[in-house]
Design a protein around this ligand. Structure first.
Ligand code: 5GP
Ligand code: ZN
Length: 114
């Protein structure tokens, strides 16, 4: 979707420190990390939020989760632990309207994201 920063990163139209890309999802470093490791995992397709995710896309939903699991292992934080967060909507603190999963590890700089 034009004007969507995460679509632009996925499509290579905006810079992003990409750590993983496959047919369904792209993962990159958050530009304002709140901890030692702060990645965002996004569907390549524009989906505004969890509210717009359809149950027919359950394979994509599972892939987001398993990509997080794999990246946590690759980044060496699986043992110590990490947090996955999906902010949804205004009251959920979502500031970018392209569905994304935060993968946060290391000392957390507070609970609030975004
Ligand atoms: P939200 O608040 O929507 O859950 O999270 C959006 C996240 O996207 C924030 O943590 C913010 O720092 C990050 N972000 C916003 N714009 C950009 C950008 O242009 N590049 C990257 N890498 N991260 C971004
Ligand atoms: Zn988008």
């Amino acid at each position: 979707m034009s004007g969507c920063i995460f679509c632009q990163i996925v499509n290579g139209e905006a810079p992003g420190r990409i750590v993983h890309r496959d047919a369904l999802v792209t993962a990159f470093h958050d530009r304002r990390p709140i901890s030692a490791l702060h990645l965002l995992i996004v569907p390549n397709e524009h989906i505004a939020s969890l509210n717009e995710l359809d149950e027919s896309q359950s394979a994509l939903a599972a892939h987001l989760l398993f990509t997080a699991q794999r990246l946590a292992a690759q980044m060496g934080v699986a043992e110590k632990g990490y947090r996955l967060v999906m902010n949804t909507g205004r009251d959920g603190g979502q500031s970018v309207a392209h569905l994304h999963l935060h993968l946060i590890a290391g000392r957390l700089a507070g609970w609030h994201l975004g």
